[in-house]
Design a protein around this ligand. Structure first.
Ligand SMILES: [Zn+2]
Length: 460
């Protein structure tokens, strides 16, 4: 499980050394900014040339196809009985003429594709295989490893921007800003240790630079928790991954430390105890246990409730307009249609709900969390339709995994129509959005609570 912590750092040393070393970091950051944008340009140029040639071939291919169809039609005509002599010779002539044309186009096609593969090889050599060399000649990194960090990063970002629709001209190329965080290797470059004379935590970086971690004067909860985390880093319980550093608005040096934290073993669960989660319209989520259905509650986000109400409505509208499909790409493009602002809101919202759900499961010592499987059409009436629900599933899954709780998906059919007491299924059981009353046994309960019970028990 990967997680990132922000650490405020200061360089240790006399004034002159510190000044010199801060300058090294800023200069390296500047070189990285140049290199990243250069890589992006190279990757894009190659891509454009490549798709231009493919386009020409596609056109030829389409022409050949249409001639093939004409030939087939003429041949069928020829098979008909009782044709006049003059008609037969006319048809034969046409076929010959078409086949001639076809040969010419076929030649053109082969030439073009050979030309493309030749050019492609050269391009690959220039822009892909030798991207490393091309870029290295234009920038001046102090640390040799920076080049591979940069090319890796640019390739990854380029691939993502293609996936997200740049190919269709919908998204622009990644443009790295001047203050893009300086990438740093993990374990090899960031060596944590305790100061011998105090309880300060120090980091030995490359270029002989030594940092002190500023944990704050106040021993508040956050700094205690952070110290605890760093203790595990020093003890090698947590693995340090590739990370980055940057200067914040106040010119403080911040390390974005990425750690790989082993998943917790959940030994504390009650066997087969399951939390059912019903994601609702009125409340974000209703949760309930399978073996004690009285323990359940609607998870509300109290503080933000007013603010959320409004934006949920708007988001709901927007999500309605983007019909979600099965494919991941479709979902992604649906997400792209939301404004950045709304997307951030949806993400924050999902973070909060998923956190509450997993906390509830942990508090009640659950072995499993049951969620409704996202159907092909999504949940039309739900604020969390389509992409957003998909994102929420992912969040619940990884947060649960961190606590050693397993997530299972259940078939959502009838969860809201089935009576959780006698099992009778009827659309009319759900009388209003909020009220459930069984037509058979007259059991009455909050409709979301009823659904949550069914979801919790679905695999019992
Ligand atoms: Zn009933």
């Amino acid at each position: 499980m990967k997680t990132t912590r922000k650490l405020k750092l200061t360089i240790i040393g006399d004034e002159e050394t510190r000044k010199e070393q801060y300058k090294i970091i800023r200069e390296e950051q500047y070189q990285q900014y140049k290199a990243l944008n250069l890589c992006m340009t190279l990757l894009n140029t190659h891509n454009i040339l490549n798709s231009y040639n493919t386009g020409a071939e596609n056109k030829l291919n389409a022409q050949i196809d249409s001639i093939d169809k004409k030939i087939e039609k003429a041949k069928k005509e020829l098979e008909k009985k009782g044709l006049k002599e003059s008609k037969v010779s006319k048809l034969k002539e046409t076929i010959e003429f078409l086949e001639n044309d076809r040969e010419k186009l076929k030649d053109e096609y082969l030439n073009s594709s050979k030309f493309r593969s030749d050019i492609d090889e050269k391009m690959k050599e220039m822009y892909i295989k030798d991207m490393y060399t091309v870029v290295q000649n234009q920038v001046n990194f102090r640390a040799r490893d920076m080049m591979s960090l940069v090319t890796q990063r640019a390739r990854k970002d380029f691939k993502n921007s293609l996936k997200n629709g740049m190919a269709k001209g919908e998204r622009s190329l990644t443009n790295y800003k001047r203050d893009f965080p300086l990438m740093t290797r993990g374990e090899r470059w960031l060596k944590f240790e305790y100061d011998k004379d105090s309880d300060d935590i120090l980091i030995n970086w490359i270029h002989g630079i030594k940092f002190k971690v500023l944990l704050g004067y106040k021993k508040n909860e956050n700094s205690i928790e952070l110290r605890h985390t760093l203790h595990k880093v020093i003890n090698k319980e947590y693995k340090i991954c590739d990370s980055s550093m940057q200067f914040d608005r106040n010119n403080n040096l911040i390390l974005n430390l990425t750690l790989d934290i082993p998943d917790k073993q959940n030994n504390n669960y009650i066997e087969k105890r399951t939390l059912g989660v019903d994601l609702g319209i009125k409340y974000p989520a209703y949760v309930c246990l399978n073996d004690d259905t009285y323990i359940g509650e609607s998870l509300e986000l109290l503080k933000q409730r007013e603010q959320f109400k409004d934006r949920r409505k708007r988001l709901q509208q927007q999500l309605k307009n983007v019909k979600g499909g099965k494919g991941r790409n479709k979902k992604l493009s649906a997400l792209n249609k939301l404004s950045d602002n709304e997307r951030n809101f949806a993400r924050t919202y999902n973070h909060m709900i998923s956190k509450r759900i997993v906390e509830f499961a942990k508090k009640n010592r659950c072995e499993f969390i049951n969620l409704e499987k996202l159907t092909k059409d999504g949940f039309d009436n739900n604020i969390l339709s389509n992409w957003s629900y998909y994102e929420l599933q992912n969040m619940i899954e990884y947060k649960a995994k961190r606590e050693g709780i397993k997530v299972r998906y259940i078939d959502p059919a009838y969860t809201s129509q089935k009576c959780s007491r006698c099992g009778y299924i009827d659309k009319e059981n759900r009388q209003t959005q909020e009220k459930f009353k069984c037509l058979k046994c007259e059991f009455e309960i909050n409709a979301d609570h009823n659904a949550a019970i069914n979801i919790a028990r679905a695999l019992d």
